[in-house]
Design a protein around this ligand. Structure first.
Ligand code: ME8
Length: 671
């Protein structure tokens, strides 16, 4: 598939610079939780996007294994520190990141021998340049954050960052002479508006610098679990100084090959907001002291919270990502992490919001689009994608135009690290395609042979849109794009983002219907599904586009697969089925799936609210005979009391009301 570069605003030439992306390296003090998965899945989506975009990508993540906290945890577990971290670092790689599909190029551990060498090399270089000197440190230390604090910075005698108690430390120490870089650092931030993102974090860092910058204690004698200071083995190097240098090690710093020149500096460094200070003050000053270029962008994203509390290992509210994957599947979890919270802001995690995303966005909007489209191609086009025709109606040009607009929107959002926005763009296309099905009602076009070309155009547009959706979703979801493509008869994986150009199907490709992409989850009792973005729906409305015939009937993926429990004739006879005639039909304002029907049942007129608006125009129903469940308990839908239910059959997005084959008197019993 060849796309025109100008049209798509993409690059024609690969840049020489490797696109270098990092996450924080996490403490293997306990198993990681969804907060860590949040950063890492976001980084993975960026890495996959850039690979598909044609960049050579170096994506690095790893573990920060030294320091007092880890030493203490190892002692508690009755293990040697190395043995302790080996277990957790191994688990993080496999099964954790493997299961979540994290496509890192290097998993760096600070106990790796090349890293130890580079840290000592940097230490020596800075000593030689006079940026490291020996002195005595007297002050406070926050163990959970592994951070030194002077008396004046404490808040109520506690750590100003996390509010936890600090311990008094007095020891001989090596110092990094950061203070002298204060002005240079400030100027750098001011003249590089993209360096710290989002802008609120930038302002915080400028204010921090204005308070004055002290030299940093970067060695400890009270601890043996760490990298030794070269030439002075009594001292081990401060864990943050050691950890930040991982970004140099992974880039190939000080190796005798050319890799470092191609890689350096990092294009994007993702971190949580609590460690922005380390990454935008201490880290860049180390680089300034080494005469190296600074990272292009450090992005401090917000926290996942439960209630008002940050999810964290030490607060005991950790949620295990593997348990969630086990329950809901990897793409559901990736989707939720990437879509739910605008990247940068804090956001609340709840299992309920996760289930809603699965039901509404994945099962309803995306899953139904695929199942309806393939079902209609099967039924109306013998299972083969019809050929591309040039559309004669404006409505049939809408999806091709929107697909191009969305592609450009996604690309722009991803370059700005607006991951959730990029996904929302893709959903504009998915939702527009679902609406297009309703607007064009292919099952109606299929009734008239003269409308064959129009029907072909509609089916082609839908298949192409889904193919494009499979391309656009590729950085975010790791199984679903392939599943969509398989059902569309495509065997090749997505290789380039530029495949998202409209018009690639030739016509004649054989589709291969498969299972539902995301089986719909039953709602826990008492909860409802919002349609999208917060709108609450009644149970009937929240039915997927493949409608249920009953509010209470169990959902079925398709009618033919349904298995039901046997019942006796007495139970069947409890259902009072009657013939009725629809006398009036109106739309229900603000409920785009509902019609309000007045049905005469032989005795009286009843109001029945029915979720069939996508399939019938109100006026075409008036006068039609229907079968109604006459003894169904009334229920309020959108404020209207609905007194019964109509029988309808449905499969794969096609719905038809059941009607007697000859006119019968209203009130006639149906048995
Ligand atoms: O700070 N919400 O490691 P760490 C969002 N080793 N992101 C979260 C999160 C939450 N509730 N909880 C954790 C360290 N994270 C150092 C880093 S880098 C040279 C050294 C993510 O195990 C987020 O990226 O405490 C945060 O910055 C990181 O995990 C902290 O991981």
């Amino acid at each position: 598939m060849v796309a025109n570069d100008d049209q798509w605003g993409s690059k024609t030439q690969k840049s020489k610079k490797t696109w270098y992306l990092t996450t924080p390296i996490y403490y293997p003090s306990a198993n990681l939780h969804i907060g860590h998965a949040y950063t890492t899945v976001a980084a993975d989506a960026l890495a996959r996007f850039h690979r598909l975009y044609g960049d050579d990508v170096l994506f690095v993540t790893g573990t920060d294994e030294h320091g007092q906290k880890i030493a203490q945890k190892a002692a508690e577990a009755n293990k040697e520190p190395k043995e302790f971290v080996d277990g957790i670092a191994g688990f993080i790689q496999d099964p954790l990141w493997k299961t979540l599909g994290i496509s890192y190029d290097r998993f760096i551990r600070t106990t790796d021998s090349d890293h130890i060498e580079i840290v000592q090399h940097v230490f020596k270089q800075l000593m030689d340049r006079g940026d490291i000197y020996k002195g005595t440190y007297e002050g406070w230390y926050c163990l959970p954050d592994e951070t030194f604090w002077t008396e004046s910075k404490l808040v109520d005698g506690k750590c100003p960052d996390c509010g936890r108690p600090v311990e008094r430390v007095r020891q001989e120490s090596y110092f990094f002479a950061m203070g002298r870089y204060q002005q240079r650092m400030k100027e750098y931030i001011l003249t590089h508006p993209d360096f710290i993102q989002p802008p609120s974090r930038r302002n915080e860092m400028l204010s921090f610098l204005d308070l004055g910058l002290e030299d940093l204690s970067i060695s400890r004698t009270s601890l043996s679990w760490g990298i030794r200071v070269p030439g002075d083995p009594q001292h081990v190097i401060y864990v943050w100084f050691d950890a930040l240098i991982n970004y140099l090690t992974a880039a190939g710093y000080a190796l005798a090959n050319k890799k470092f020149e191609e890689v350096w500096p990092p294009n994007v460094q993702l971190v949580g907001k609590e460690i922005v200070r380390f990454h935008t003050i201490i880290w860049p000053i180390i680089l300034m002291a080494l005469d190296l270029p600074l990272p292009e962008r450090v992005f401090g994203h917000g926290w996942l919270l439960i209630g008002d509390t940050k999810i964290s290992k030490s607060r005991g509210n950790a949620v295990d990502p593997l348990e969630l994957v086990e329950k809901y599947g990897v793409d559901a979890i990736r989707y939720y992490l990437l879509r739910e919270v605008p990247f940068g802001a804090d956001g609340n995690y709840t299992e309920e919001s996760l289930r809603l995303r699965i039901n509404v966005d994945l099962a309803n909007d995306l899953g139904n689009l695929l199942s309806r489209t393939t079902a209609m191609i099967n039924r109306f086009a013998n299972g083969r994608i019809p050929p591309l025709t040039s559309p004669s109606r404006d409505i049939d040009r809408m999806l091709p135009n929107l697909a191009q607009e969305v592609y450009q929107g996604v690309e722009k959002a991803m370059h700005q690290l607006l991951i959730s926005d990029a996904i929302q763009q893709i959903y504009r296309l998915i939702r527009a395609a679902n609406k297009y099905i309703e607007d064009r009602s292919p099952w109606k076009l299929a009734k008239d042979a003269a409308l064959r070309t129009e029907l072909d155009t509609v089916l082609y547009n839908l298949a192409e849109t889904l193919r494009i959706v499979s391309v656009l979703l590729s950085p975010f979801l790791i199984e679903t794009p392939e599943k969509i493509r398989k059902q569309l008869g495509l065997t090749e994986p997505v290789r380039s983002y530029r495949e998202a150009i409209f018009g690639q199907f030739q016509g004649g490709e054989k589709i291969e219907r498969g299972e539902a992409l995301f089986p719909r989850l039953e709602n826990p009792k008492g909860t409802e599904n919002p349609k999208s973005d917060g709108e609450r729906l009644s149970p009937e409305q929240s039915a997927p586009a493949t409608p249920k015939i009953s509010q209470e009937a169990p959902e079925s993926k398709s009618g033919s697969e349904e298995t039901t429990q046997e019942i006796g004739i007495e139970e069947f006879q409890k259902i009072d089925l009657r013939v009725g005639t629809i006398r009036h039909a109106d739309v229900v304002p603000s409920a785009d799936r509902l019609l309000k029907l007045t049905v005469f049942d032989g005795h009286r007129e009843r109001t029945i609210v029915s979720g069939i608006r996508a399939h019938y125009e109100a006026h075409e129903l008036v006068g039609q005979q229907v079968i109604l469940v006459a003894n169904l308990k009334p229920v309020k839908l959108r404020g209207i009391m609905s007194e019964g239910m109509l029988l309808a059959g449905s499969q794969d997005g096609i719905l038809s009301l059941i009607t007697p084959s000859a006119t019968l008197p209203e009130g006639a019993r149906v048995k």
